[in-house]
Design a protein around this ligand. Structure first.
Ligand SMILES: Cc1cc2nc3c(=O)[nH]c(=O)nc-3n(C[C@H](O)[C@H](O)[C@H](O)COP(=O)(O)OP(=O)(O)OC[C@H]3O[C@@H](n4cnc5c(N)ncnc54)[C@H](O)[C@@H]3O)c2cc1C
Length: 457
């Protein structure tokens, strides 16, 4: 197998044994990981096709890898697979300013695509903390989200066309550039978010948007969860489509940041029940800041918020975001911790946070449970530190968090996908009929089960 694959690529295109670096084995703590047979690093769709054709014929399993920033073990080898790394398919092939599209190979780093677009006055709206390593193929295969979903949607909304290589090597080149194309089934959606289990993404046409001309960022504090829901509704009606982010932090998270992250500077006084970080993306640098001030003043008059601060400089804006995004220093002080990324109807979020905290507290004394997230998208993050790590405690906390999600009709995976990490809980968010249809799809597109076996289903 190795010699066959070697014949398809150049000298740097195949790695075995000790030449396989940590990057390809990175498990992020997923216990099922094992050594792959080899790593193959193609540079073209034709090479990917030849590799898959040979693997299909031999019944050889394959795991696709992009930037290896996924958090659920989707790209981690479990032992014996061919790792198919798209890292060398890293060319931006075409930019169309009139059609507002970018055609890129799967291994293009997200940040590279951002910079390329920004230099030309456009934006690829999907953005996330791992932008420096995550790839276009990876963000498509996980249908990644991030901080601007409320305005621009998840990655799915930014993909117009896709080229995919199927398990048997067949190339489906559907590099559509139109916003509207209803000629039969829209097949790309089958592959977006399929975590490398249905096909290998090799190229994509991404939809670009105009760069916002003004970005305004504010922090607000609120007394109750119901007020945060009302505040979100109020902003949406006052700002129309200009609301770019709406991030909520429970008061316990704010207190935790103040206690453990001396480098972070929360802009509002401590002790409030909820904090919201919001951002508007507008077109008028003169009028937009004033308009936001007015809206916040009116929200205060209505009693929706108790206080607000608007960032006056790029430096302040970065400091506001750091409170939301850079609490890693504090998390490390917690010792072993379990983190969750779940979604639910917005009105259920308050109940969710209360029930998860009391469930964890009942199981473990001295536990720390922190809740925050992309409230506008119905997406919350939970961090639970219960004093110990290990599989038993992890599974116990999983049962608590996902049990509440099941009761509330939410999803065990708002972002990141299922991978191996959440596989045992898929049925807590999907009906038996949905899972049966997923299995039918999988066995139709990949009858020998060679693509990323043991993941998702
Ligand atoms: C600091 C940090 C912040 C993050 N923030 C977010 C966030 O806000 N929102 C979010 O959604 N995620 C977030 N993530 C998770 C991660 O960045 C995303 O899941 C990202 O989309 C993974 O891209 P990748 O290129 O690293 O893919 P990988 O991790 O390499 O792979 C992820 C999955 O996709 C498959 N895959 C990769 N490339 C291909 C391909 N070309 N064809 C078919 N299958 C493929 C793999 O087999 C695997 O199952 C974050 C991660 C980190 C470390």
């Amino acid at each position: 197998m190795i010699e066959t694959l070697r014949s398809f690529v150049d000298a740097a295109g195949l790695l075995t044994g000790p030449d396989i670096g940590e990057r390809y084995l990175n498990t992020r703590g997923h216990s099922q990981a094992g050594a792959p047979l080899c790593v193959v690093r193609p540079t073209s769709t034709a090479q990917v096709s030849a590799i898959l054709k040979a693997c299909h014929a031999a019944g050889q399993t394959v795991v696709a890898q992009g930037g290896m920033t996924g958090l659920v073990g989707g790209g981690a080898p479990r032992g014996g697979e061919v790792v198919l790394s798209l890292e060398r398919m890293n060319q931006i092939e075409e930019f169309d300013p009139e059609g507002r599209t970018l055609t890129a190979q799967a291994g293009v780093i997200l940040q590279t695509a951002h910079e390329y677009c920004e230099e030309r006055g456009f934006m690829l709206p999907l953005d996330l903390g791992a932008r420096g390593s995550a790839t276009i193929g990876g963000v498509i295969s996980t249908n990644a989200g991030g901080v601007r979903v409320i305005r621009y949607g998840m990655m799915r909304e930014s993909v117009l066309g896709l080229e995919v290589v199927m398990a048997d090597g067949t190339v489906i080149s559907a590099l559509n550039k139109m916003l509207k194309n209803n000629a039969g089934y829209d097949l790309k959606h089958m592959f977006i978010g399929s975590e490398g289990t249905l096909g290998i993404v090799t190229r994509a046409v991404c939809r670009l948007r105009a760069n916002p001309k003004s970005v305004n960022t504010a922090f607000a504090s609120l007394p109750t969860f119901e007020d945060t829901v009302a505040f979100l509704g109020y902003l949406e009606s006052e700002l129309g489509g200009a609301l770019g982010s709406f991030e909520v932090m429970w008061g316990a998270y704010d207190a935790f940041v103040r206690a453990t992250c001396p480098s972070l500077r929360p802009p509002l006084p401590a002790g409030q029940a909820f904090y919201v970080l919001l951002e508007t993306l507008g077109t008028d640098p003169e009028a937009d800041p004033e308009r936001l001030q007015e809206i916040l003043a009116a929200a205060m008059e209505k009693g929706l918020i108790t206080d607000a601060a608007v960032a006056q400089s790029e430096q302040q804006r970065a400091a506001f975001w750091a409170v939301r995004e850079n609490a890693g220093e504090g998390f490390r002080k917690l010792g072993p911790m379990f983190s969750y990324d779940v979604s639910m109807p917005i009105r259920a979020m308050g109940d969710f946070a209360t029930r998860v905290k009391s469930g964890v507290d009942a199981a473990y004394s001295n536990a720390t449970t922190l809740v925050l997230g992309h409230m506008g998208d119905g997406n919350l993050h939970v961090v639970a530190a219960v004093g110990i790590g290990g599989a038993e405690a992890h599974s116990k906390v999983n049962d608590i968090v996902y049990g509440v999600i099941r009761d509330l009709g939410g999803s065990i995976s708002a972002e990141h996908g299922i991978g191996v990490e959440k596989k045992n809980y898929l049925a807590w968010s999907r009906t038996p009929e949905e899972i049966a249809l997923m299995r039918t799809l999988k066995s139709t597109l990949d009858p020998k089960g060679i693509l990323n076996p043991g993941k998702v289903l």
